[in-house]
Design a protein around this ligand. Structure first.
Ligand SMILES: Nc1nc2c(ncn2[C@@H]2O[C@H](COP(=O)(O)OP(=O)(O)OP(=O)(O)O)[C@@H](O)[C@H]2O)c(=O)[nH]1
Ligand SMILES: [Mg+2]
Length: 313
């Protein structure tokens, strides 16, 4: 087996980081590495943490890591969109360091820039998660800013998805209406020390009560103060409850099948598109885009024409 892979699997931190970088850059040999890696994955429990900018995700993730370490579990952390400029939040790495967890070999943190990841952020995240999983980290926390597609993609990756809400009406409740409840396995009201927390809690409870009676997993609502660690044992208990739930009755297998199909479809879509575009030629493709933009064609007609197109002689 590849030396670097061996070193990473035996827990050498520099090797783990280097392996992640190779995969991120899609360096020569990356595909083979990923293939060897894959056989070692499938043991970690993946936990997605999503919510609006500044809702306290990084602070919460640092506290979750601390609580898991107390319980003797190792933790990998992936920060997909570290601190948006407008929230005033610190980088997750800073929070981990502040929490004096950085010297702990049972924690591995990787930050990912959302720009420029080859093959898209979701795939890059999957690769980092695979490395952490293969290297034996038992719980993997994935922080993403709730901003549409990314959070949905991460929810597909994660076994357990936490949706973070904060006190206050308006946008937060709008986000819930926009279907975020569908991806949540656990709802968290963070900043429960803020004014209006009780009111928001009441609204959230009412919304949960209004939902069609869920079969199986009853979506829990946990209140936390990430800055002090209040509510963290309850949050980790809820996550572990979900782990236990998934392990019964084939839920985990169903989740893995959905995820596998989704990953395969994503790769096929990309490759088929690449082949089709190569076949029709960039010129004709661009021409079709122009005609579409000029409303000379509708999207279905344009797609059909390209699908029927034969390579130019
Ligand atoms: N009062 C209070 N402040 C909190 C709480 N949780 C987080 N904060 C503060 O809220 C700010 C943003 O926290 P972050 O953890 O950086 O939030 P984030 O969601 O990771 O932010 P982005 O990654 O930038 O989207 C920081 O100043 C935190 O100290 C909480 O429960 N109560
Ligand atoms: Mg953050």
């Amino acid at each position: 087996m590849n030396e670097l892979l061996q070193a990473a699997l035996s827990g050498q931190r520099r090797a783990i980081a280097r392996l992640m970088t190779l995969l991120e850059d899609d360096a020569p040999g990356a595909r083979e590495l990923l293939a060897s890696l894959y056989a070692h994955t499938g043991r970690a429990h993946l936990i997605g943490v999503t919510g609006a900018p500044g809702s306290g995700k990084s602070t919460l993730v640092a506290q979750m890591a601390r609580e898991y370490r107390r319980r003797g579990l190792t933790v990998g952390i992936v920060a997909v969109d570290p601190s948006s400029p407008f929230s005033g939040g610190a980088l997750l790495g800073d929070r981990i360091r502040m929490g004096a967890l950085s010297g702990d070999g049972g924690i591995f943190l990787r930050s990912m820039a959302s720009r420029g990841a080859l093959g898209g952020l979701a795939r890059a995240t999957d690769n980092v998660v695979s490395v952490l999983d293969a290297c034996g980290f038992q719980r993997i926390l994935i922080e993403t800013v709730g901003a549409g597609q990314t959070e949905i993609d991460i929810a597909r990756t994660a076994h357990t998805t936490l949706v973070i809400q904060v006190p206050g009406m308006g946008d937060d409740i709008q986000a819930l209406k926009a279907g975020i409840l569908e991806i949540a396995d656990i709802l968290v009201l963070n900043k429960a020390d803020h004014e209006g927390a009780e009111q928001t809690l009441a609204i959230l409870r009412a919304m949960l009560a209004l939902r069609a009676a869920p079969e199986g997993w009853p979506l829990p609502l946990i209140r936390t103060v990430a800055t002090t660690g209040e509510g963290l044992p309850q949050l980790i208990d809820a996550i572990e409850g979900h782990v236990a739930y998934l392990c019964q009755g084939g839920h985990l297998e169903a989740h893995e099948r959905r995820r596998a199909a989704w990953e395969l479809d994503a790769l096929l879509r990309e490759e088929l598109l690449r082949r089709l575009r190569a076949q029709v030629g960039e010129g004709r493709y661009e021409e079709m885009v122009e005609r579409l933009a000029a409303r000379q064609l509708d999207p279905y007609a344009a797609a059909n024409e390209l699908l029927r197109a034969r390579p130019l002689p």
